[in-house]
Design a protein around this ligand. Structure first.
Ligand SMILES: C[S@@+](CC[C@H](N)C(=O)[O-])C[C@H]1O[C@@H](n2cnc3c(N)ncnc32)[C@H](O)[C@@H]1O
Length: 257
């Protein structure tokens, strides 16, 4: 197994992202992957939002080409602004049935960060990831439970109730629903994905992050990620009830041969 799968300590003041241990973990993993390959790498980001997660990575690694898919026109505009001058293309639309229609190549890495809990047609979305992945590529996906176990404000609570109804009526924009572990694993099996790694991130330290003074945040991020990595190394079995404590599930997947 490749060493970089297990641990990476970035330089303290140059973190690839902040505020989310799962995304930092994935971006560190991607940076190690990119650095270990002596070639050009392409990355497809499903539901890229404003694409801020990839600004530093693209600045640091000129051998990376990035394509983001995003259904919100406003988020696409923000992503194009944030990535201007970098090797990146943003495509407006949902990530369903995209291979051969909106993207015409397969990718070394397909990523999906904090999107899957908002996706209405989940099997179709995972199918899109699968068809866009090179035979030896990796699919890094994480999704969150915070909207459902801690629906902090009225907007979140309303989306939890109204989003699924609107999606059935054809408006998917407000959809969000908890992702049961068994459903996700069933979909992976149907699509012949192999789980390389399944972890949990974002304990309640995610909330504490926001209270840390700005000058200590990078340091906090490293200690937080280290701590959660250590807990993951205990290999505790995961059940849906644990989403109260671990807000994010994080998977690294490959095509099963
Ligand atoms: C919480 S944001 C995450 C954005 C970004 N990945 C990040 O980590 O900052 C969720 C994003 O998923 C997008 N989304 C929802 N359904 C989608 C779908 N079917 N296909 C692609 N993106 C979708 C939303 O438009 C939104 O930008």
């Amino acid at each position: 197994m490749l060493l970089f799968l297990f641990h990476y300590k970035g330089t303290m003041m140059d973190l690839l992202t902040e505020g989310n241990a799962a995304k930092l973990y994935c971006l560190n993993w991607i940076e190690q992957y990119v650095s270990s390959q002596n070639r050009d790498i392409n990355i497809l980001d499903l539901g890229c939002g404003s694409a801020l997660n990839f600004v530093k990575l693209l600045q640091n690694h000129k051998n990376v080409r990035y394509i983001g898919i995003e259904p919100s026109p406003a988020a696409c505009e923000a992503a194009r602004r944030n990535l201007s001058g970098l090797n990146a293309t943003i495509i407006n639309g949902p990530a369903y049935d995209i291979y051969g229609k909106v993207v015409h190549e397969q990718f070394d890495l397909v990523v999906s960060f904090s999107v899957f809990e908002h996706v209405y047609r989940r099997l179709d979305y995972l199918k899109a990831a699968k068809t866009c992945l090179k035979p030896d590529g990796y699919f890094l996906i994480n999704y969150d439970a915070g909207h459902f176990v801690y629906p902090g404000n009225l907007r979140e609570r309303t989306k939890n109730l109204v989003g699924p109804i609107m999606a059935r009526l054809g408006q998917e924009r407000y959809f969000q629903a908890f992702v049961p572990e068994a459903d996700f694993q069933n979909m992976l099996a149907q699509l012949n994905f192999k789980v390389i790694e399944a972890r949990s991130f974002n304990t309640q330290l995610k909330g504490v992050y926001k209270t840390i003074p700005a000058e200590h945040r990078a340091d906090f991020m490293e200690k937080w990620l280290d701590f959660e990595q250590w807990m993951n190394s205990l290999n505790m079995p995961y059940k849906d009830a644990q989403s109260r404590y671990w807000l994010t599930r994080n998977f690294i997947l490959k095509n099963a041969s």
